[in-house]
Design a protein around this ligand. Structure first.
Ligand code: SAM
Ligand code: DTB
Ligand code: SF4
Length: 363
């Protein structure tokens, strides 16, 4: 990755973002072709292994316990249920399973041990395994790596500046520290964010600076469009235009040429033509399956029809990096340390988060 530029500035990224559309598309498509097969798109399936009841106050998230949303909460899934879902995902053409838990951070104990077993089980199905479990310590990241984890997802979500208007229960630095812990292992990093949360274009560029200046850059970057869920502090935010998505994808592609750029939440609002433009601009991954974590996603058959129309081919697993080995629990080098990590809790006031919480109390 030696020829990758790591010293991007906000001004440089803004200039790319604001390039006239036809020129931007051409530049992004050119960069895309230098490192990727433009007809190959990686397909991931999300699995919410523990849903709702989260203690955090993320202003976009339907799983935060403090807001009143319609989602159905669930305790941690069993390993056998996860295996059955992974087999279904594999049969429908998916190469990766991404398991999400509505946790602030990982805690050592029986539930984490179960998650490690889920990782082992899916890796043995020869699929790429990704987890998104909140903040992790170095020891926890090492245990995930040893179980055969391929990727860890931990989004920066927005710029450091705007982060303070979205979440008060942790700080941007905690996210960077977790990514750093994952980087101490062979697990690849998946980190991106959400657009359409009322941020400025400068914040989108700020988030891309934070991601593109990481060395190495994340192996994958999900770009989500906010799904405005009733009951969350962001319920009334108007959807972004497809042009914002195309610009964001193209800019991400140009500043992180070797990264897998994932078209993530928000695809139900996008036409096929809009998505085609995103693929042309350098998106080369999607989440498939009729559900994201708690909100709807396009039907798998519709996606496969779209692939056929566009001549796109689902990427096979482990083409970017070899399959990790799985070490059985009984052979493990690492023990649970029962750490009490000092993740921060700034607890500053975010008016819209407080209003949504108060509204929930009246329900
Ligand atoms: N609790 C863990 C954490 O926050 O890192 C993992 C699960 S969390 C739901 C994973 C990501 O989902 C968030 O970082 C955010 O980018 C995305 N997300 C959550 N709610 C969303 C929404 N309403 N619209 C778009 N993306 C959303
Ligand atoms: C990511 O960036 N997007 C996915 C995945 N990583 C975990 C999650 C999207 C969630 C959208 C809201 C929901 O379905 O709850
Ligand atoms: Fe919890 Fe993650 Fe949702 Fe934030 S984004 S409320 S940490 S599940």
């Amino acid at each position: 990755m030696s020829d990758i530029k790591h010293d991007w500035t906000k001004e440089q990224i803004l200039e790319i973002y604001n390039t006239p559309m036809m020129e931007l598309l051409y530049q992004a498509a050119t960069v895309h072709r230098e490192s990727h097969d433009p007809n190959s798109v990686q397909v991931s399936t999300l699995l919410s292994i523990k849903t709702g009841g989260c203690p955090e106050d993320c202003g976009y998230c339907p799983q935060a316990a403090r807001y009143h949303t319609d989602i159905e909460g669930n305790d941690l899934m069993t390993v056998s249920h996860v295996k059955a879902q992974a087999l279904r995902a594999k049969a429908s053409g998916s190469s990766r399973v991404c398991m999400g838990a509505a946790w602030r951070n990982v805690k050592d104990g029986a539930e984490f041990d179960d998650v490690l077993e889920m990782v082992r089980t899916i890796n043995k199905l020869d699929m790429e395994v990704c987890c998104t479990l909140g903040m992790v310590t170095e020891n926890q990241a090492k245990r995930l790596a040893e179980a055969g984890l391929y990727a860890y997802n931990h989004n920066l979500d927005t710029s450091e500046d705007y982060y303070k208007d979205v979440i008060s229960t942790r700080a941007f630095q905690d996210r960077l520290d977790t990514i750093d812990n994952v980087r101490k292992t062979n697990v690849t990093v998946c980190s991106g964010g959400i657009i359409g949360m009322g941020e400025k274009v400068e914040d989108r560029a700020g988030m891309l600076v934070a991601l593109a200046t990481l060395n190495p850059q994340p192996e994958s970057v999900p770009i989500n469009a906010l799904v405005a869920v009733e009951g969350t502090p962001m319920e009334d935010i108007e959807p972004i235009s497809i042009w914002d998505m195309v610009r964001m994808v193209a800019t991400t592609r140009i500043v992180m040429p070797q990264t897998q750029v994932r078209l993530s939440a928000g695809r139900t609002e996008m036409s096929r033509e809009g998505q085609a433009m995103c693929f042309f601009a350098g998106a080369n991954s999607i989440f498939a399956g009729d559900k994201l974590l708690t909100t709807p996603n396009p039907d798998v058959n519709e996606d496969m029809e779209m692939f056929k129309t566009l001549g796109l081919i689902p990427q096979k697993p482990f083409v970017k990096k070899a399959q990790p080995e799985t070490v059985e629990a009984s052979e493990s080098e690492f023990n649970a340390l029962g750490e009490k990590p000092k993740w921060s809790r700034p607890d500053h006031i975010i008016e819209r988060n407080i209003e949504a919480k108060q509204k929930a109390k009246l329900q």
